[in-house]
Design a protein. Structure first.
Length: 294
């Protein structure tokens, strides 16, 4: 038994879904299944009840998970403490974010230049539920969220507020309009983010409340890709955007009539855990850099 096996078990146990856990861990599902099977063999008992593709922790798995959580938390906090003791300018910062736009990437670059001995582990994820899972299991320091969370051990601070627009190509028949109604959107082909992205869920719900289901012809993993496809005339897309970003985009942005829906970016972290000096400094800098936009 080794720490990697325990880490894999913890993720599978939290998600209780082998395919999703493999995606979070970024390994092949057969390799993950084999690791869990080897752990069960070493322990001499099954840790999950299996029914087809469904897996559920059994009483042995629940008991082992409590110990696994404790072991991995102690190892992680020990590593961070040693990093701090070795020098105040050294450290490790991990976070998950959906967007890696230019403004955000520039901030990471600026921080790295000011703190050259800080190491980063960055995960790009669109599903806020998965980000929260990574926070709860101490796999990341911070998560950038678009949804409101009421988890008792998770703290959040609002960083930026963006209006939601309908993006169309400059040659689109609505491009010269200032606003657009939901009625006018019904016949359009939509380019959206993938279905498990929290921002996509917001937009789908917005359409549902206004009486239609958008005709999604393409799903993207990054808003930049959606913008490029809209600019090329393949369809339209919902797009959260700040005033500064609007000037640089190759698309026309229309205000949506009948809604004041806004996209709010939040920084989230888990309370009652050890943060390296680098992580604490990163949080301070994020808030200083972005909170002015709220």
């Amino acid at each position: 038994m080794d720490l990697l096996q325990i880490k894999y078990f913890q993720t599978v146990a939290r998600m209780q879904h082998m395919t999703r856990a493999a995606g979070v861990l970024q390994i092949a599902q057969p390799a993950l299944s084999a690791t869990i099977a080897k752990l069960e063999e070493d322990l001499g008992v099954p840790l999950f009840n299996r029914t087809g593709r469904n897996i559920v922790l059994n009483k042995y798995g629940k008991a082992f998970l409590k110990r696994a959580d404790r072991v991995l938390k102690e190892v992680e906090e020990g590593r961070r403490e040693i990093s701090d003791l070795s020098g105040s300018e050294m450290g490790f910062v991990s976070f998950a974010s959906t967007s890696m736009n230019q403004e955000f990437s520039n901030f990471i670059g600026d921080f790295a230049r000011l703190h050259p001995k800080v190491n980063f582990h960055i995960t790009q994820l669109g599903d806020d539920k998965v980000k929260l899972h990574l926070l709860e299991t101490d796999e990341i320091d911070f998560a950038f969220l678009n949804t409101i969370t009421e988890h008792p051990n998770i703290s959040t601070v609002n960083l930026a507020e963006e209006n939601i627009f309908l993006a169309v190509s400059p040659s689109h028949h609505l491009a010269n309009h200032r606003t657009v109604s939901f009625q006018e959107m019904k016949g359009e082909a939509f380019i959206g983010l993938k279905a498990n992205f929290s921002q996509r869920e917001f937009c789908d719900e917005l359409c549902k409340k206004n009486g239609f289901v958008p005709n999604i012809i393409c799903e993207c993993s990054e808003s930049t890709a959606a913008i490029n496809l809209v600019a090329a005339g393949l369809g339209v897309s919902f797009l959260p955007c700040s005033d500064d970003e609007k000037k640089e985009l190759p698309v026309s942005l229309l205000e949506i009539e009948g809604t004041d829906f806004k996209n709010i970016l939040r920084l989230a972290w888990k309370e009652q855990r050890y943060f390296s000096k680098a992580a604490e400094r990163f949080r301070e800098c994020v808030i200083q850099r972005f909170q002015k936009n709220v």
